[in-house]
Design a protein around this ligand. Structure first.
Ligand SMILES: NC(=O)c1ccc[n+]([C@@H]2O[C@H](COP(=O)([O-])OP(=O)(O)OC[C@H]3O[C@@H](n4cnc5c(N)ncnc54)[C@H](OP(=O)(O)O)[C@@H]3O)[C@@H](O)[C@H]2O)c1
Length: 263
């Protein structure tokens, strides 16, 4: 199937690693030109050179920290300056640290909500109006299965991602008539640096071995394995495509069956 996005421009967050990197790869393979953002400038430049060489596309980079209050507006402006127009936005960055839910603190809440809620909303808010004027746009947020089934040690993530989902749903209805779709994709447990770090943190906190921590997670996943980042990226790329033109305000979990409840 031709996804119909060759020559479209996409801004991809968290593009130096894991799910964001896999999404950048998948969009590149469909011929989209890219603006990659994350904090590590050198890693982004390496990824950009590699994708541009292998796929014959234009790739630019913006080194920025989603935790900085004015980062969202700056990323959106710089991306527009670089490419002229941005057709597709993948909202994604790092996840917050584990925490005892009865021992959260205001500073960590502020940081988590800046990264998970305020910066993504600022980026989308800046880039949606020109999409509406052109009559075409795609916003896809990388969330978490934690919105469906809160993860015990991830209170900041559970709450922040739920807040973003509520905004996305509201915004999707406001812009649907103008050819702009707004959706979310929720990973279960995909093998990335983030999941490796969380598993290690659980092992350290509980005294269990890393193997035992992984085995416990795998026992709860009907597919019997962690997902691959490219499996997640394939669905996000579909949402970014021309083919997904009538899908908006939806939030789909890609989790090998992990979430036991109805969606
Ligand atoms: N993997 C999963 O199965 C899974 C499950 C549920 C939720 N998630 C969520 O999905 C998102 C992506 O996860 P991942 O597994 O791909 O993690 P990852 O491999 O650790 O990648 C995270 C990406 O975000 C960037 N990043 C981190 N902090 C940032 C910040 N403050 N500002 C801007 N960029 C930042 C990182 O690059 P730099 O270090 O260069 O900034 C990296 O490119 C995270 O929010 C994670 O919590 C993932």
């Amino acid at each position: 199937m031709d996804l119909g996005i060759r020559g479209r421009t996409a801004l991809v967050g968290g593009a130096s690693s894991g799910l964001g990197l896999a999404i950048a790869e998948a969009l590149a393979s469909e011929g989209a030109d890219l603006v990659l953002t994350a904090r590590r400038a050198e890693v982004l430049l390496e990824v950009a050179a590699d994708l541009a060489a292998r796929h014959g596309i234009r790739v630019e980079t913006i080194a920025a920290d989603f935790a900085t209050p004015d980062a969202g507006g700056q990323i959106a402006q710089r991306a527009t300056d670089l490419m002229g127009t941005i057709d597709i936005v993948v909202l994604n960055a790092g996840g917050p640290p584990p925490v005892d839910p009865t021992a959260t603190d205001p500073e960590a809440w502020a940081r988590a909500l800046q990264i998970l809620v305020m910066t993504p909303i600022a980026i989308a808010t800046a880039l949606i109006p020109p999409m509406r004027e052109r009559g075409w746009g795609r916003i896809v947020a990388v969330g978490s299965y934690a919105v469906r089934q809160p993860v015990d040690e991830l209170a900041y993530s559970n709450a922040g991602r739920s807040a973003l989902m509520a905004w996305l749903k509201t915004a999707s209805r406001a812009v649907a008539a103008d050819g702009v779709t707004v959706n979310g994709a929720f990973p279960g447990r995909h093998a990335t640096a983030r999941i490796e770090a969380l598993d290690r943190a659980t092992a350290e906190r509980t005294g269990a071995s890393l193997e035992a921590v992984r085995a416990a997670h795998l026992a709860a996943i009907p597919a019997g394995r962690y997902g691959r980042p490219d499996e997640f990226a394939a669905y996000v790329t579909y949402l970014c495509s021309e083919r997904a033109s009538y899908q908006t305000g939806t939030f789909t979990t890609i989790d090998g069956g992990l979430v036991a409840g109805l969606p």
